[in-house]
Design a protein around this ligand. Structure first.
Ligand code: HEM
Ligand SMILES: *[C@@H]1O[C@H](CO)[C@@H](O)[C@H](O)[C@H]1NC(C)=O
Ligand SMILES: *[C@@H]1O[C@H](CO)[C@@H](O)[C@H](O)[C@H]1NC(C)=O
Ligand SMILES: *[C@@H]1O[C@H](CO)[C@@H](O)[C@H](O)[C@H]1NC(C)=O
Ligand SMILES: *[C@@H]1O[C@H](CO)[C@@H](O)[C@H](O)[C@H]1NC(C)=O
Ligand SMILES: *[C@@H]1O[C@H](CO)[C@@H](O)[C@H](O)[C@H]1NC(C)=O
Length: 509
């Protein structure tokens, strides 16, 4: 090569590199404001990861309700105008790829499939996670919750002494395990000898599983963003392997009462020839999807209630009334109460408290891939060009959940925020005099909206319902501050607390 050619090649490499690093990208006319950040390629990723909500708030103040930011080599356009969500959701399929269960997350779980299961999944979700079949699971959830909640209270029951615990830990223990047993089945009394032995086995096994789940859950945010050090990655892989084995159909098959949802998700894939090892991975995906968010939501709900005597009283009254109307009462040492789906339909106050908790702590980021250059029409008539290869994201927490116009005093828990003065479900929320269609989006939207939302609400409500039925419970230190949220989880679902909170409970009757 001549000297000149070498120089040219060298410059080409530099420019190629800079191009790759996104240095030359400029905002074109008609595009949303572009904010690349100071660091090539990485852009704003560090600030984004440190506190996503704060970062999005800052960008929103600077640029308005639509803007494009660079995050680790990817350009993401955040649409933060909820009035325009509808247009975005309706945007034609050729333009936007609605990933089902974000690819990024599936990659973390090592699950992939060549066949497109979207419509098959939809049908299975519809069959098993809504309507009649879902209502039928109520009985099973109640039974499992009761077994776990009332276990080992024997001596304390007689003396009616307080049992101390840490609230998040307690909620994980009960809600995770009850959910797991309901969906993945319980030990068979035939195989184990009798029911007592089967229950003991379930308790021990689910506790061990939760222990490992918790470890994986801790690594999860860094795993998703691909920033775990090698030792962490090794540990994550060990944990995944543990779950692939523990949840394999080989092991699960010997259980009774495996939910139809798990069965069908497994069977349709097996029939199409998916390998057992890939099916094991699917099982872990399903465990994680179904169990990662209900625990923290239950925790926050109970905590907010314990901090709010008026809410506590209102809920206690509602639960007592529903139980009384069903003709039951709790007797010391008597039979377990029966809670049916019909009973759970008569709890508007509890519904509102659950919805309010979700508003405050459920903070998913919903991301779509842009498949072709397109024009996004906003509700107010403005139009923006969006480039092929970019992503589009919606972060409802900032755009809706804590918007003080839609939800006044947005950071305060108000158990009756979603109640009308007549005591029914409130769905009218306004901003600048206009009715707001999306006033809370904890489950996402569109085709990938959480299919487990009815099951999740059912489980959380049953847990809280039974807490009121069976226990008095309160914070040990009534002046306890509500803990800070752990900022690493923005965008991944329900937020978790930074520290646990001590509380105690005792049998009411
Ligand atoms: C409070 C609890 C829960 C919250 C806040 C929650 C939230 C979410 C969100 C935000 C998504 C992603 C939506 C998107 O990307 O657009 C999702 C997906 C999903 N959730 Fe939930 N979820 C909860 C409980 C559950 C439960 C109990 C189940 C199962 C029984 C479940 C099953 C799923 C599944 C299977 C998906 C993936 C759907 C697909 O694209 O195929 N979730 N959830
Ligand atoms: C998968 O199928 C669904 C529904 O049939 C469709 O909307 C979606 O575009 C397909 N996805 C891919 C990647 O082909
Ligand atoms: C397993 O769960 C089912 C459904 O809740 C229940 O009917 C059955 O009694 C449970 N089995 C044992 C051994 O507890
Ligand atoms: C916050 O969450 C991360 C990721 O799960 C975890 O590593 C960290 O220990 C948590 N911080 C606190 C104070 O609990
Ligand atoms: C649980 O499984 C057992 C054994 O297969 C069965 O007899 C029972 O009816 C099932 N219970 C429920 C609630 O499905
Ligand atoms: C729940 O139902 C069972 C079976 O019908 C019954 O024996 C039991 O007494 C009921 N529980 C209460 C608290 O009434």
């Amino acid at each position: 090569l001549s000297f000149k050619q070498q120089i040219t090649l060298f410059l080409a490499c530099i420019f190629g590199g800079l191009y790759f690093l996104g240095v030359f990208r400029q905002r074109r006319p008609g595009e949303p404001p572009l904010d690349k950040g100071w660091i090539p390629w990485l852009g704003h990723i560090l600030e984004f990861r440190r506190d996503t909500a704060k970062f999005i708030q800052r960008m929103r103040q600077k640029h308005g309700d639509i803007f494009t930011v660079q995050l680790g080599g990817v350009y993401v356009t955040f649409l933060q105008d909820h009035l325009s969500f509808k247009q975005f959701i309706k945007e034609s399929r050729e333009n936007i790829y609605f990933t089902t269960f974000s690819k990024m997350i599936l990659r973390v779980f090592g699950y992939e499939s060549a066949f497109n299961y979207t419509s098959i999944n939809q049908e299975i979700y519809r069959q098993h996670l809504t309507g009649h079949r879902m209502h039928m699971m109520t009985e099973s959830i109640v039974r499992n919750l009761q077994k776990l909640m009332l276990h080992n209270l024997g001596s304390a029951a007689k003396q009616k002494t307080w049992t101390e615990g840490e609230l998040f830990n307690y909620c994980c223990n009960i809600v995770f395990r009850a959910g797991y047993l309901t969906l993945f089945g319980n030990a068979s009394s035939k195989t184990e000898g009798d029911e007592e032995k089967a229950n003991t086995k379930d308790r021990i096994e689910s506790e061990a599983l939760l222990h490992e789940f918790h470890k994986y859950d801790q690594l999860f945010p860094d795993l998703v963003y691909g920033v775990l050090p090698p030792s962490g990655r090794k540990e994550a892989f060990r944990l995944k392997s543990h779950f692939w084995d523990a949840l394999s159909m080989k092991k699960i098959k010997s259980k009774d009462n495996i939910s139809g949802w798990i069965w069908d998700m497994y069977n349709v894939r097996r029939q199409r020839g998916m390998s057992e090892s890939m099916l094991n991975r699917l099982m872990f995906v399903l465990l994680f999807a179904s169990q990662s968010n209900t625990r923290p939501v239950s925790f926050w709900l109970l905590l907010y209630l314990m901090k709010d005597p008026i809410a506590m009283e209102a809920l206690k009254k509602e639960v007592d009334m529903v139980l009384k109307e069903s003709g039951q009462e709790v007797q010391p040492g008597g039979p377990p109460v029966n809670v049916t789906y019909e009973m759970l339909m008569k709890t508007p106050v509890l519904d509102s408290a659950v919805e309010e908790t979700l508003r405050l702590v459920a903070a998913p980021i919903l991301t779509r891939s842009v498949l072709q250059d397109m024009t996004l029409k906003m509700a107010d008539g403005r139009e923006f060009f969006i480039r092929k290869g970019d992503r589009m994201s919606v972060f409802p927490y900032v755009a809706i959940h804590v918007d003080p116009e839609i939800h006044p005093d947005p950071y305060t828990f108000k158990y009756d925020r979603f109640l009308t003065p007549e005591g029914t479900k409130k769905t009218d929320f306004y901003q600048g005099g206009k009715k707001v269609e999306y006033y809370s989006m904890p489950w996402g939207y569109g085709v990938s909206k959480c299919p487990g939302r009815f099951f999740a609400i059912n489980e959380i409500k049953l847990f809280v319902f039974l807490m009121f039925v069976y226990f008095d419970f309160e914070l040990i230190n009534s002046g306890e501050k509500i803990p800070q949220i752990n900022l690493t989880r923005w965008g991944l679902g329900a937020m978790q607390p930074d520290t646990d909170v001590k509380f105690h409970y005792r049998l009411r009757h």
